[in-house]
Design a protein around this ligand. Structure first.
Ligand SMILES: Cc1cc2nc3c(=O)[nH]c(=O)nc-3n(C[C@H](O)[C@H](O)[C@H](O)COP(=O)(O)O)c2cc1C
Length: 174
């Protein structure tokens, strides 16, 4: 059987979501091939033989980023690519029917609700017909520019490993 390959698409303005995406891909790589790709490189989710799609981005204004929030991040010193984000990338698809998928984000940890780009991405993945493997997961930054809260990359790695276990377990036999 050909090796299982999963696509991990991420958006990151200050680098924190990229660190999480790479940790998720590392955890997945314990069981299959996982390719972390910045959304700015316009990876294709369909027709490439991927066994699963994982999508992650920073929470901006309670959800997925928009051009204006990415510009605002750039004004705050972010160096990540601002032209496109997960919202726009997902919008190019009308169907990803049957694709096993999961979403994650980074956001500021506060006791009050701050919204979640992951839940917003998950909703979009569902609408495209994806099969959601694990509930949307939030990873916490200690401030707008980071850094990540202690232990979050390790937690992301474990989350990635769990995702990969689910992908492997649901592969058709024969
Ligand atoms: C314009 C803007 C809006 C933001 N809005 C929110 C928000 O609504 N809730 C939240 O938890 N964090 C918010 N944040 C903090 C981001 O989630 C944080 O910058 C991000 O997790 C860092 O990820 P990155 O390094 O990959 O860009 C916002 C940040 C920016 C720049």
């Amino acid at each position: 059987m050909a090796a299982l390959r999963a696509l991990v698409v991420y958006e990151s303005m200050f680098g924190n979501t990229e660190l999480i995406a790479r940790a998720v891909a590392e955890g997945m790589s314990e069981l299959l091939e996982a390719e972390p790709r910045n959304v700015a490189t316009q990876p294709r989710a369909d027709g490439q033989g991927y066994c699963a799609l994982v999508v992650g981005g920073p929470t901006h204004a309670f959800g997925l980023s928009r051009a204006a929030t990415r510009r605002s991040a750039a004004e705050q010193g972010a160096t990540g690519p601002a032209e496109t984000g997960v919202r726009e990338w997902l919008a190019q698809y009308t169907s990803l029917a049957g694709t096993p998928a999961a979403a994650f984000d980074t956001r500021i940890g506060t006791p009050w609700p701050t919204g979640s780009a992951a839940r917003s991405a998950q909703k979009r993945l569902r609408r495209l017909g994806c099969r959601i493997l694990l509930p949307a997961e939030d990873f916490v930054v200690t401030g707008s520019t980071g850094p990540l809260r202690d232990g979050e990359p390790e937690r992301a790695r474990r989350w990635g490993r769990t995702l990969a276990e689910m992908i492997v377990a649901t592969q058709p036999v024969g």
